[in-house]
Design a protein around this ligand. Sequence first.
Ligand code: PLP
Length: 281
Amino acid sequence: MRVLAFLDGSLADPDAAHLRVDDLGLLRGDGVFETILVAAEKPRELGPHLDRLARSAAMLDLPAPDLEGFDRAAQAVIEAWQGGPEIALKLVYTRGVDGDPAGKPTAFAMGLEIEEKVLRARAEGVSVVTLERGIDTELSSRAPWLLLGAKTVSYAINMAALREASRRGAQDVIFTATDGSVLEGPTSTVVLAKDRTLYTPPSTIGILPGTTQHALFRGAEKAGWTVKVEPLSVADLLAGEGVFLASSVRKVTRVHTVDGTVLPDSTALQAELLAAYESEY
Ligand code: PLP
């Protein structure tokens, strides 16, 4: 099941062609996007996702996105959805057609089923490998044109890293900086649980501020956890009671193995954190 909607709220056939071949989102990966989880017909963290879409667009000097239009398109997708109980709702916003004097961005919302492998990872956890990202933790502030922390549609590196993980017999990746600090997953935020405290690295080191991690920390604090945003090393991950990958579609997925080292069983911890996260909705 897939549902496509444009910003005026109109629906369109997702199997038909709608974009031009000279769209700069396609030709140069010049655009931004969001993926939102819709559960029980409600988009989760819609405000933070729209804020992040606007922030990413500003980082690319795109015109400010029509957030009301994106909200309208999102609602149109949700209303027309007849698929599974959850939707992966994508909002896409590109620079539009190359050389268009009007400079009109391309914008749409699309609802997709949650992939089978994501459902399996939620249930069974994942094995990850750490892979170098080639950036230092100061680069983001020194070189804003590198767009670190913007959610651009240029995910070729992220997808290549996942294929590398697969070649190494793992299902997911934790990127590391040149000093060995933990960055993020290709499509997720890293969370460590240790001594009733949750940790995640600060987004200022050049990673995406995660809406799921934020919601999880909110819920966990209410449930009595301490939460800390501070730099983490891979050794920290190995010394904790649980490592998790958080993202909109995967929610809070448990990591059971890092670079071949099996971590302590965090199944019960995952259930507790998931309950804290779900309590926000
Ligand atoms: N980091 C990256 C690079 C991502 O692509 C994502 C989501 O896809 C996340 C973190 C997690 O963000 P969120 O929890 O807002 O989905």
